[in-house]
Design a protein around this ligand. Sequence first.
Ligand code: ADP
Ligand code: MG
Length: 228
Amino acid sequence: MAEETVVHLQGVRKAFNQGTPFETEVLHGIDLKLQRGEFCAVVGPSGSGKSTLLNIVGLLDRPSSGSLQISGEETTVLNDSSLTRLRGHTIGFVFQYHHLITAFTALENVMIPMLGAAGFPNPQMRERALQLIDSVGLTQWKDNMAGNMSGGQQQRVAIARALAMNPAVLLADEPTGNLDTKSADAVFSLLRKVNQEQGTTILFVTHNPDLARRCDKTIQVVDGMVIE
Ligand code: ADP
Ligand code: MG
């Protein structure tokens, strides 16, 4: 397959509290290129800037300077509504805590991003959500309240939800951090399956060296710098 750069950061810096006495630069000029279908582990000590990096790649936060291209489009020049739109159609997130709506069913949780994008419900959404729930192995649980599911099941629902819009990039910030070894392994295998079947580019933050080793490559974030 021809190489296709999906994520490209050049000289990305991030400072918080800019222009105040509390200004601190957290990312110090990150260069990073991810190809379509690449599954990249992100490791590094707590506080080194991993989540800040993911939030920037995921268009939840803006770089203070530098360039971020997603599928060749320069994002730093976009206004907030264009960023929100691009994020909705290009990026999926999975966090350490699942952030599901616990009083909604698994199926309803997966439908939410599609509802958000279209503004109104339609039968195709339900079909797609059923497929996604099936692909994460939870068909039997589809009508369970998310709040009543196990941690591993909740993370699988969160992954199905993150895939609702068929994103080119999946950002997973310590998605296995709260899970026992067996559930962590199941969640990792699911991410790998998505990566291989959909060609999704994945950034996967983990403190687990065994899981990191099973990715295509590993980048290390140390003191706001990336070491490949
Ligand atoms: P990691 O995910 O590697 O643990 P983070 O990206 O969460 O690291 O944090 C990197 C540094 O940036 C930390 O020192 C943290 O305190 C600081 N930081 C993160 N978010 C903010 C914020 N919104 N305001 C100020 N400082 C922040
Ligand atoms: Mg973090």
